[in-house]
Design a protein around this ligand. Structure first.
Ligand code: 9MR
Length: 343
C-alpha cells in the first residue's frame, strides 16, 4: 500500500476515535489533553510503572492472612521488601543453620502477583544473633560473613531485583565515618567492600545496594561519608549498583536538598532508590515533595513505603503511611499518586 495513503487512513481513524471519544466523554477528553503522553493510572504501582519506576512496600509475613492488608498490597504495589524476614536473626539464627521459611512465604507470594523483590538485608549490626556479634577472630568473622551472604543470595538467586547488601554502616552525627560494629571493629572498614565483592559473585544479576537513614540532607557529614565511599568504590571498580535512602522523615518531610542529594549520588553512576519511606503525620505536601525529588532524577528507579496502613508501621503512633488503620486512602495517597504522574 502507498505509505501516504496508509498514513492518511490512520490519521482519519484516529480523528474518528477522538471525535467519538469527545462526544462520549468530555471529561475523558479533558484528562487526555492534560496528560497527552501518559494514561493516568489509578494505583501507585501502575502510575510509577508509566515512568519505568516501581512503587513498593515493606511486607510482614505475619500479616499475610489479613485480607484488607493483602487486598491493598496486590492492588497498589508492584515491589515488596520483607520487613524482617530476611534479616540475619531469622535466616541464620545459629551458625550454619539456615531458615528461609518466612522469607520464602513473601517471595513466593510476590512472584505469584508479579511484584518485584528487594532483598533486605545481608550485613547489618542490628537484628544480628549474638553468636555473630561475639566473634572476635577476624578470619572466623570474615568466613561467617561471606558464607551468610553467599548462602542467602544463592537461595534467592534470580528472584531478587536489588539487595541491601550492607545496611546502616555509617555513624550518626558529625564524624562522617563508619559506626562501631562487630564487622568494622573486627574486620576493619574494608568489610563493606568485601561484602559487596562476595555478593557480586553470589548473584551477578542482582543489583547491589548500600542502604542507610539520615543520608538525605546533602551537607550532613553522614551523607558526605557515604558519598565518599560510593565515589571510591566506583573509582576502584568495587561492585555497587545502587544507594538506598531510607527516608524516615519527620513532619516536615524531606530536607530541601533531597533532590540534589539523589542526583549527586546518581551522577557517580549508581541507581538511587527511596527504600523505607514514612513521614510523621503524613502530610500531603511532604509526600508529594519526596516523590517529586525522585521523579526529577532519572536514575531514581523506585520508591518503597515502610508498611501499608498506619497500624502496620513501626512508628504507628505517628500515623506516617498512606492508608489509615481501616485501610482507607489518606490525603497523602492522592498527592503521591499525582506526583508520580510527573510535572
Ligand atoms: O520495621 C522493622 C521493625 O518491625 C523491626 O522491629 C525493626 C527492628 O530493628 O526493624 C524495622 O525496620 C528497620 C529496617 O529494617 C532498617 N531501617 C530502619 C527500619 C525501622 O526501624
Amino acid at each position: 500500500m502507498n505509505p501516504l495513503r496508509r498514513l492518511g487512513s490512520r490519521r482519519a481513524s484516529l480523528l474518528t476515535l477522538l471525535a467519538v471519544g469527545a462526544l462520549a466523554s468530555p471529561a475523558a477528553a479533558t484528562a487526555a489533553s492534560a496528560a497527552p503522553d501518559a494514561v493516568r493510572a489509578s494505583t501507585l504501582g501502575a502510575q510509577a510503572a508509566q515512568s519505568g519506576r516501581y512503587f513498593g512496600t515493606a511486607v510482614a509475613a505475619g500479616r499475610l492472612g489479613d485480607g484488607t492488608y493483602t487486598g491493598i498490597l496486590d492492588r497498589e504495589f508492584n515491589s515488596v521488601t520483607p520487613e524482617n524476614e530476611m534479616k540475619w536473626d531469622t535466616t541464620e539464627r545459629s551458625r550454619g543453620s539456615f531458615n528461609f521459611g518466612p522469607g520464602d512465604q513473601i517471595v513466593n507470594r510476590a512472584a505469584a502477583h508479579g511484584q518485584r523483590m528487594r532483598g533486605h538485608t545481608l550485613v547489618w549490626h542490628s537484628q544480628l544473633p549474638s553468636w555473630v556479634s561475639s566473634i572476635r577472630d577476624a578470619n572466623t568473622l570474615r568466613s561467617v560473613m561471606n558464607n551468610h551472604i553467599t548462602q542467602v543470595m544463592n537461595h534467592y538467586k534470580g528472584r531478587i531485583y536489588a539487595w541491601d547488601v550492607v545496611n546502616e554502616a555509617f555513624a550518626d552525627g558529625g564524624s562522617g565515618q563508619q559506626r562501631s560494629s562487630v564487622f568494622r571493629d573486627v574486620l576493619g572498614t574494608g568489610f563493606i567492600e568485601e561484602a559487596f565483592r562476595t555478593a557480586r559473585s553470589a548473584d551477578p544479576a542482582a543489583k547491589l545496594c548500600y542502604n542507610d537513614y539520615s543520608i538525605e540532607n546533602w551537607s550532613d557529614a553522614k551523607t558526605q561519608g557515604v558519598y565518599r565511599m560510593v565515589r571510591d568504590f566506583k573509582s576502584r571498580g568495587v561492585p555497587i549498583d545502587c544507594v538506598g535512602f531510607q527516608s524516615h522523615f519527620g513532619t516536615g518531610g524531606p530536607p530541601s536538598s533531597f533532590q540534589t542529594t539523589l542526583s549527586n549520588f546518581a551522577a557517580l553512576g549508581v541507581d538511587v532508590q527511596i527504600t523505607e519511606l514514612d513521614i510523621a503525620q503524613a502530610s500531603s505536601a511532604a509526600y508529594a515533595n519526596t516523590v517529586r525529588a525522585c521523579m526529577n532524577v532519572a536514575r531514581c528507579t523506585g520508591i518503597t513505603v515502610w508498611g501499608i496502613r498506619d497500624s502496620d508501621s513501626w512508628r504507628s503512633g505517628e500515623n506516617p503511611l498512606l492508608f489509615d488503620r481501616n485501610g482507607n486512602k489518606k490525603a497523602a495517597y492522592q498527592s503521591t499518586l499525582t506526583a508520580l504522574g510527573g510535572a
